[in-house]
Design a protein around this ligand. Structure first.
Ligand SMILES: C[S@@+](CC[C@H](N)C(=O)[O-])C[C@H]1O[C@@H](n2cnc3c(N)ncnc32)[C@H](O)[C@@H]1O
Length: 322
């Protein structure tokens, strides 16, 4: 199989992204003296008071992430380093699928954390979909993003003449899928970020593609058209869990019978150490946490549509409407 169409390519790169984040969490704990002070078994309050970082809210979130990763444990109000151990393996069989340009993006995010620790207001302005649309555009333009788009297009069988709805489309996917469906097809991209839609629009207009872009919250999609395929890639983590059922219902409402929907995400129950990545992603104020594959599957089944759900990779749920 062509590597770029192999669904495992998404899993392998996400695994590495998450593990790189874990190493960076350990670097942050060392750099800011968090681990040194933890040897005194402080209370969370004592730790926050001792560590000289102005952004206490972020420091608290850092402590919570250490707990979720089982690096520390809280017993009788005191924090203990829990003897966490992690083995680094570099197996040959995985590196053939690595598309490493996400590494510089991660490095950019680690740098943002340094700023975020300095002032309490920074976390609300860094990695914003509108203010920092250029950063997101760069992130969505990596070869890794291209790879998950290739996999998605292949799993959904996207070809000329098809109609596609992309929920939370961002700035790069519209031109990519617009070209795939061709001039007798139709692509509708929905996103709530006007800045990302502007970038997307410039790209599709330059090529005169059959693409419509709508500035809309995913929760408010109305069933006007019907689509052969629906895409939700790296989006549900920005939707409150209580609203995810509604977004999935809207998506399935507009899917034709026989049509397919792809949901792509580092599902929290399918990858180890996901909280490490979540710590960095939460610099975006809309981030709500990665969904679990089990949660999304249960939500879909609870909606009562006649569907078949496949799992071509740990990071992909492929839903066929019967
Ligand atoms: C990480 S980007 C992924 C973009 C695209 N799906 C891709 O894979 O390249 C998340 C996108 O979802 C959009 N988004 C997040 N929550 C949304 C919501 N509730 N309604 C509409 N768009 C949303 C953001 O503006 C952003 O463009």
């Amino acid at each position: 199989m062509n590597n770029m169409r192999n669904p495992r390519i998404i899993d392998v790169n996400l695994d590495m992204m998450i593990r790189t984040s874990l190493l960076h969490i350990i670097a942050l704990g060392t750099k800011h003296g968090v681990f040194s002070f933890l040897t005194k078994n402080p209370t969370p309050q004592e730790l926050i008071d001792e560590i000289d970082l102005p952004n206490r809210r972020l420091l608290l979130s850092f402590i919570n992430v250490l707990k979720r990763l089982n690096i520390i444990e809280e017993r009788d109000y005191a924090l203990y380093l829990d003897g966490f151990s992690y083995t680094i393996k570099i197996p040959q069989g995985k590196y053939d699928l690595v598309v490493p340009d996400w590494v510089s993006v991660q490095e950019e995010i680690y740098r943002m954390v340094d700023y975020a620790f300095i002032t309490p207001v920074h976390p609300h302005v860094l990695m914003d979909f509108d203010k920092d649309a250029d950063f997101w555009d760069m992130r969505m333009n990596t070869k890794f993003s291209r790879a998950y788009r290739d996999v998605t297009a292949s799993l959904l069988g996207i070809k000329k003449g098809m109609s596609v709805l992309d929920i939370g489309c961002g700035s790069v996917s519209p031109a990519y899928f617009g070209e795939k469906v061709g001039y007798n097809g139709f692509y509708m991209g929905v996103d709530y970020s006007p800045a990302l839609l502007d970038i997307a629009r410039a790209r599709v207009e330059a090529k005169n593609l059959p693409v419509e872009l709508k500035e809309l919250d995913a929760r408010l999609i109305r069933p006007v058209n019907e689509y052969d395929a629906v895409i939700l890639s790296f989006v549900l983590e920005y939707v409150e869990p209580k609203d995810r059922g509604r977004v999935l219902k809207n998506a399935l409402d507009v899917l034709k019978s026989g049509g397919r929907m792809a949901i792509v995400d580092p599902f929290i129950d399918s990858f180890e150490f996901v909280p490490a990545l979540e710590f960095f992603e939460s610099l975006n104020k809309e981030f709500r946490g990665f969904p679990a594959a089990k949660e999304i599957t249960e939500r879909i089944l609870a909606l009562g549509f006649d569907v078949e759900i496949e799992r071509p990779a740990r990071s992909v749920l492929l839903v066929r409407k019967l």
